[in-house]
Write a new protein. Structure first.
Length: 291
């Protein structure tokens, strides 16, 4: 009797032992939480060969949140191969949304390019886009400003983006810098009958000359304008409908680091505002009128 009872107890315990995590669970966990860049990269490469919904979800998370551009590139490249008709709809939609955001907002140009290509490949699986209520006839997407000089204070880029958006909003007539909801896809633009353009500023150069307690700041800013096909189409550099305007300016300030940062910021914002108002907006009005 004792042996029989013991046997029953053992059988019950074995029956409720949880299953061990499989390879996809392990790699997904490593991709989203490992502190090691090499381990996360290895996990991304491993998951890129799978169509499992867990792999798709982990790759989408990495595309949105990983600090390393190379891992985001692998994720953007892998997702259109991993997503298919068997992917759970909720996971598929989250992954596509991650690609849409990456195609526009990722700080790495290659990630943006790969994400845009992925969206084109996944067009047949994307949710049907309905016209956005209140969509403008002409939409101007003001992209995030960039700093090629690597000398501007970090808050300068968002401030420059805000300045450019403000000038376009005030001076570009019937054009709108706002779109109802999230940024539109090509299908949403088509469904709404809207034309779209992208405007994005870049700090091309910053030169600092110190002279005793004084400093002279020289800056060059450029702003590109091009037709835009939504989050899945990116911009199109079309002859006569795309251009880049640039301008330079100077600011005098003290030689202390804080004063120099302020001088760079003031120079960049003043030049960005001037070329947007005097060159970019008139060009936008012309090409919008010709479209």
């Amino acid at each position: 009797m004792t042996l029989l009872a013991f046997g029953v107890i053992v059988a019950l315990v074995v029956g409720v032992t949880p299953a061990r995590a499989d390879a996809i669970d392990i790699e997904a966990r490593q991709l989203t939480s490992s502190a090691s860049y090499k381990r996360r990269l290895a996990a991304a490469l491993a998951l890129s060969k799978s169509h499992d919904g867990r792999a798709v979800a982990a790759l989408a998370t990495a595309l949105r949140t990983d600090s390393e551009a190379q891992i985001r590139r692998v994720a953007a490249l892998a997702l259109p191969k991993a997503i298919d008709a068997t992917t759970p709809p909720r996971v598929r939609d989250v992954a596509i949304e991650s690609l849409e955001k990456a195609a526009v907002k990722d700080t790495d140009a290659k990630v943006r390019e790969l994400a845009a290509r992925a969206l084109t490949k996944l067009a047949a699986l994307r949710p049907k886009q309905e016209p956005a209520p209140g969509a403008p006839a002409v939409f101007v997407h003001v992209g995030q400003a960039a700093d090629l000089s690597s000398k501007a204070p970090k808050d300068t880029m968002p401030k420059l983006t805000k300045v450019v958006r403000g000038v376009v909003s005030r001076k570009a007539g019937d054009m709108s810098t706002e779109w109802p909801g999230s940024l539109p896809t090509e299908k949403q633009l088509t469904a709404a009958g809207s034309r779209a353009f992208i405007v994005a500023a870049t700090i091309s150069a910053v030169d600092i000359k110190r002279n005793g307690t004084k400093a002279e700041i020289a800056c060059t800013v450029s702003v590109r304008v091009a037709p835009w096909n939504g989050t899945d189409g990116a911009e199109k550099w079309v002859a006569q409908k795309a251009a880049s305007a640039s301008g330079s300016g100077k600011a005098m300030t003290g030689s202390a680091s804080g004063a120099i940062e302020g001088g760079i910021r003031d120079c960049v914002l003043a030049v960005g505002e001037e070329i947007t108002q005097k060159q970019v907006v008139p060009f936008l009005k012309r090409i919008a009128g010709e479209s």
